[in-house]
Design a protein around this ligand. Structure first.
Ligand SMILES: Nc1nc2c(ncn2[C@@H]2O[C@H](COP(=O)(O)OP(=O)(O)OP(=O)(O)O)[C@@H](O)[C@H]2O)c(=O)[nH]1
Ligand SMILES: [Mg+2]
Length: 322
């Protein structure tokens, strides 16, 4: 039992990613190359010509034009007319500028245990990693002492329900599910009731990413949000978008669409262990005022941690330690 009603999921020692996680992020993101910049600028000044070269490299890393311009302006301000000493100097400068841009977005998820259940609705297009993220989160929250339940709100495929049940079994967490084809809003309503009856701290609700058309998907999500609010007007307390970071600029348009439809309260980025260069988070930070919650660097439960702006900026800049 918790003696206090509010507890940050990331207490002091939780806030910084464990050294092991930074190492994994650093090694796996773009195979250790972060943004993948070539650099080689020692002896040159950051003049228009060099700024253009750097801008091209940043755009190749999915940073987007807005953010690339901001990065360059900040670097020019810091460097002035001085010649660049070394690549290490550029990397350190880049790390500082990126961390400044990302810091406001590093707001860890906070579970309000007075809600019972604190409802986390997970949305995103198909294949982005929603169900896997729910499995990882269930494990993490359980390890932190919360009682957790899952809702199988993706009713389009039997396999989706089974996938969630497998995560439930693995973590010894109850799963509320109905038959394939059931109304997702009804499943989530039932799950909210069941979680309330059991006094569960957190309910993690899965949703489908697959529908014939986007308008249908968004209308379905709006209904789920509305119905989840029937028992507790504050629910869903977290509307978390799960985004595949290897989608580049497509990830930005997805985020904007989901935000317009349901009003996101958090974003979790997955698949930073693939070919993704991570720049998409910088582009998102420049365009959308939604906090980053977690980042995923693999398929296992431990391959996810709280988003940390300084560590992430260091990994993007290709610096060895956070
Ligand atoms: N490499 C890697 N794979 C991931 C990560 N997160 C999820 N995956 C994999 O991506 C695939 C899709 O993940 P799901 O969790 O099923 O995605 P979903 O959004 O629930 O997909 P739908 O239910 O079809 O909408 C699975 O094979 C996962 O194991 C990650 O951070 N890194
Ligand atoms: Mg799924």
């Amino acid at each position: 039992m918790f003696s206090i009603t509010m507890r940050a999921m990331s207490d002091r020692d939780e806030q910084k990613p464990r050294g092991g996680f930074f190492k994994r992020l650093r090694e796996r993101m773009n195979r250790g190359r972060g943004l993948g910049l070539t650099l080689g600028f020692a002896g040159r000044k950051l003049d228009d010509e060099l700024a253009e070269e750097l801008e091209t490299q940043l755009l190749m890393a999915d940073v987007g034009l807005d953010a690339a311009d901001r990065i360059l302006a900040a670097m020019r301000k810091k460097l002035g007319k001085a010649a660049i000493d070394s690549d290490d100097q550029v990397r350190a400068l880049l790390r500082d500028v990126l961390a400044d841009m990302l810091r406001d977005h590093a707001q860890p998820l906070t579970v309000d245990t007075s809600a019972r259940p604190y409802v986390i609705l997970v949305v995103g297009v198909n294949g982005s990693g929603k169900t896997t993220t729910i499995g990882k989160l269930a494990r993490r929250l359980k390890d932190q002492g919360y009682s957790v339940m899952l809702a199988a709100g993706d009713t389009y495929r039997a396999a989706a329900i089974e996938q969630l049940q497998a995560w439930g079994e693995r973590n010894d967490v109850p799963v509320v599910a109905q038959q394939p084809g059931a109304d997702p809003a009804a499943v989530i309503y039932d799950a909210c009731e069941a979680a309330r009856a059991r006094g569960a701290d957190v309910l993690l609700a899965d949703t489908a990413g697959r529908l014939q058309n986007k308008a249908g998907l968004m209308a379905e999500l709006e209904k789920v949000v509305r119905i989840a609010g029937k028992l507790d007007p504050a629910a869903p307390h977290e509307k978390m978008l799960v985004l595949d970071s290897s989608l580049g600029q497509n990830a930005i348009s997805q985020a904007v669409e989901f935000h317009n439809a349901v009003g996101l309260t958090g974003i979790t980025m997955t698949k930073l262990d693939g070919g993704a260069k991570g720049g998409v988070l910088v582009a998102l930070a420049a365009q959308l005022d939604v906090p980053f919650r977690f980042i995923g660097v693999g398929e296992q439960a431990e391959d996810m941690d709280v988003f940390d702006a300084d560590a992430f900026a260091a990994a993007l800049a290709g610096i060895e330690s956070a």
